[in-house]
Design a protein around this ligand. Structure first.
Ligand code: DAH
Length: 339
């Protein structure tokens, strides 16, 4: 019996070392310590042993049981530890490695210019408002003193949606909407897309952006208009920029003017950019026409105001010396990444 216990020990140790999985060890536990296992059979045999040998044999069996339990637990711990280590190796995360950077976006150059422009006007107390791109003919033309027979309509003939509706040809209809909604005094600026039946070439696009400005109150003069636009030009084009107001015509302003800035390239010496005049046109403006005030229910004898409108693409092209408007819309990253 002694030998059986000894060889049992040996076999157990061997099998334990050879075991490579938790499951193997568990089935070994059943084999040795289970209800029909090795230990059970020798306990049965103990009953048959001569009584005087029993205490010594019983002690051996107990020792074996303890040893078996210990060794099995030990091996189990080893194996689970190994498994864990293996998992750690597989799932290793090196927090010191540099991360992979997702590509960073950038504002489109038109957006960047717009933000700058809006910022200048916000500082001067203007409020940014929005207007619809699909507009009523009345707001786009009649209310702005452009009747159906007016030649200005030809120039701006646009995309008509259905009778009475079109894609706006200018941001000026926002003036009408704001004046109808609010009471003076106020100063607003309204950027957005406009649409015209224009070709798509280096200087034109059927869709482009304008920025409309409007200031209305009881005492708003032409010198306010000059002061504000002169400051705006200096902020956007540089301190040393001069402005020039040339008489012009718009149906919804009287008097009307076009604003030129001194040529950024030649500083008025004359160059191809300014067509040798030393000046570059950047926007249209004027005092709100009395008829427009009447159209929105204001009393033109009491209320005064000025308005202006500029092209975002044109201003961006001047700042960055871009010579083809189509570059803005082609999504060519080689172009866009320069700004
Ligand atoms: N809406 C005009 C255009 O598209 C630009 C303009 C000129 C707007 C004079 C104004 C203004 O508000 O006063 O050509």
């Amino acid at each position: 019996m002694k030998e059986r216990i000894e060889s049992g020990k040996k076999i157990l140790t061997e099998k334990l070392t050879r075991a490579t999985s938790v499951a193997e060890v568990e089935s070994l536990r059943v084999e040795v310590l289970g209800r029909k296992g090795f230990l059970r059979t020798i306990l049965e045999d103990l009953k048959k042993a001569p009584p005087e040998e029993r205490p010594a044999l019983g002690k051996l069996i107990n020792e074996f049981k303890q040893l078996a339990e210990q060794e099995i637990e030990k091996r189990l711990k080893e194996l689970t530890g190994l498994a864990l280590e293996e998992r750690h190796l597989q799932e290793k995360l090196d927090v010191t490695l540099p991360g992979s950077r997702p590509p960073r976006g950038n504002w489109h150059i038109l957006t960047k210019t717009l933000k700058k422009i809006l910022e200048v006007f916000l500082r001067m107390g203007f409020e940014v408002v929005d207007g619809p791109e699909m507009e009523e003919e009345y707001y786009n033309f009649e209310a702005l003193n452009i009747p159906w027979f007016h030649p200005a309509r030809d120039e701006q003939d646009s995309f008509y949606i259905e009778k009475g509706w079109l894609l706006r040809t200018q941001t000026s209809p926002v003036q009408i909407r704001v004046m109808k909604e609010r009471k003076p005094p106020f100063r607003i600026i309204s950027p957005g897309k406009v649409y015209r039946r224009d070709p798509f070439d280096a200087r034109h696009s059927p869709c482009f952006h304008q920025i409309e400005g409007l200031m209305v109150g009881e005492k708003v003069s032409f010198s306010d208009l000059k002061g504000i636009l002169d400051l705006f030009c200096k902020e956007i084009f540089g301190e040393d920029t001069s402005t020039r107001f040339r008489p012009s015509y718009f149906p919804f302003t009287e008097p009307s003017a076009e604003v030129d800035i001194s040529c950024q390239i030649c500083h008025r010496a004359g160059c191809p950019v300014c067509k040798r005049t030393g000046w570059v046109e950047i926007l249209g403006c004027g005092m709100v026409h009395p008829q427009v005030f009447k159209n929105v229910g204001y009393n033109p004898k009491k209320i005064q105001g000025f308005a202006f409108g500029m092209g975002l693409e044109r201003i961006t092209m001047l700042i960055h010396r871009i010579d083809d408007i189509r570059l803005f819309y082609e999504n060519d990253l080689r172009f866009l990444r320069q700004f």
